[in-house]
Write a protein that binds this ligand. Structure first.
Ligand code: SF4
Length: 460
């Protein structure tokens, strides 16, 4: 009983978060920066922050994550880190030779009040940035927002520093990728290709954080959105933001800067969200939906119909990021399951509104919460009050699942105790099939292990 002190009785907490369902802003900024080709993320703060952010990503992706740091000392903590950053920029370009350095701040540099606009201008004026190279930056104070906010801020910085409008518009749709796995980004590009839609995806971590083992180390893998493509996003005819929390700000900035109209949709997890993505892409890229995708959809619907008895009326608790949870709850409802407890550490009213709308008819008794006080401790208390049949979330949920003896599906960030989470997509019809199998396997394994002997079935 690892969490034996969790009680069913709730006490009103105003200034205490226990087991938060989030991590800090720069983790998201660092992840998004890796989706730009040839980019080295740079953490403007002390070494400990950078080490933590890198290891958080490495533990999840099982890949080396390169990033540099301004390496604040006592002096820079008092007088500011301007000199450290200028010197870091010079050293990084001469030693590691990236195409772009993407600087993000930390709690410390934000508290000091370092002005990145002024520092990076000075580095440019002093000739520390070689011709053809670029330093971009964003502010990621971790005492507000979460890793989701940091991701969004970094993606917006791509638009701020690269997107450029020329008089020549192109028949291309921008796909702004929210926080997904590299395999999900690969799957979305496959769907777009299948539809013969011309697209630019940014950021794009496929072929960056899921590279094959070749025996040769590439500091800058072949994947990632190129600078040329990023600049060209200003000439595209439309933008689809995939995941409102992580992409809406970038979409707004792109519209304001380059007059590219946009819509944001949920990440295509599950049947309905995938339908919406495909219809949106079909409409805005002016391409038909091919029979091959209709067949993929049909196979998913067939699998849902075949296995409905395994899902029907099952109570589920979930935690994670809002852009994942919203379409996931919708998918669970499609499967006739009952998402009863849902928490996200990321604040924002879109989550609350979407949950109200999705759950009001089918699961009116559901409890959900977002923001700083929405933690896993509270979700565990709800589970203690009335149990669930399944828990879905990142690896931190394993303690609750073990204590309560409930099937556990690992999904979200980070998944540190199982491999392969970033290998198979969860988006699109194929991804929904993967997810459905994962959910069903967890139920059936648990049932086979715990049911009375006379109930063990060889055929499901
Ligand atoms: S000090 Fe701030 S930026 Fe650094 S690891 Fe902690 S929360 Fe993140």
């Amino acid at each position: 009983m690892l969490l034996r002190h969790t009680t069913a009785k709730e006490i009103d907490r105003k200034a205490l978060t226990i087991n938060p369902a989030k991590t800090c802003q720069p983790v998201g900024a660092m992840y998004a920066a890796l989706g730009l080709h040839g980019c080295l993320p740079h953490s403007h703060g002390s070494q400990g922050c950078c080490s933590y952010h890198r290891s958080a990503l490495t533990r999840h992706f099982k890949e080396p994550v390169m990033a540099s740091t301004s390496s604040f000392s006592e002096g820079s903590s008092v007088f500011g880190g301007s000199a450290n950053l200028v010197s870091a920029i010079e050293t990084i370009f001469s030693v590691y030779d990236p195409e772009v350095i993407a600087v993000h701040t930390t709690c410390l540099s934000e508290t000091i009040g370092d002005d990145l606009t002024q520092i990076v201008s000075k580095a440019n004026e002093d000739g520390k940035v070689p011709a053809g190279k670029k330093v971009i930056f964003c502010n990621t104070p971790s005492y507000v927002g979460t890793h989701v906010t940091g991701y969004a801020n970094q993606v917006s910085s791509f638009v701020k520093f690269f997107s450029t409008a020329t008089p020549k518009k192109r028949n291309v749709v921008n796909l702004v990728a929210g926080w997904m796995e590299p395999s999900d980004m690969r799957e979305i590009k496959r769907i777009a290709k299948e539809m013969e839609a011309r697209t630019i995806m940014f950021p794009d971590m496929s072929d960056v954080l899921d590279t094959p083992l070749t025996g040769h180390y590439d500091m800058y893998p072949k994947g990632g959105t190129t600078q040329a493509d990023m600049i060209a996003t200003g000439d595209s005819k439309f933008t689809i933001g995939i995941g409102p929390y992580t992409t809406e700000d970038a979409c707004i900035k792109l519209e304001n800067k380059c007059k590219v109209k946009f819509e944001t949709i949920e990440i295509p997890i599950g049947l309905k969200a995938t339908d919406k993505f495909i219809m949106s892409l079909s409409r805005h890229a002016n391409v038909p939906v091919p029979d091959s995708l209709t067949a993929e959809r049909g196979r998913l619907v067939d699998m849902i119909a075949d296995n409905n008895k395994n899902f029907y009326d099952k109570r589920v608790a979930l935690f994670g990021d809002p852009d994942t949870l919203i379409p996931l709850v919708e998918f669970l409802l499609t499967l006739d399951m009952k998402p009863v407890y849902i928490v996200t550490g990321t604040p924002g009213k879109h989550f609350d509104e979407a949950m109200t709308e999705l759950l009001k008819e089918k699961v009116p008794e559901a409890k959900f919460k977002s923001g700083e006080r929405a933690d896993m401790f509270q979700m565990h208390q709800w589970i203690k009050q009335e149990g669930v049949d399944m828990l879905i979330g990142n690896s931190y949920g394993k303690y609750i699942a073990r204590d309560e003896n409930i099937p556990f599906v690992r999904l979200g960030f980070p998944v540190t105790d199982r491999p392969g989470n970033n290998f198979f997509p969860y988006v699109g019809y194929t991804g929904a099939t993967n997810l459905l199998i994962k959910i069903m396997d967890a139920f059936l394994e648990h049932k086979d292990r715990t049911c009375p002997e006379e109930k063990v079935e060889l055929v499901m």
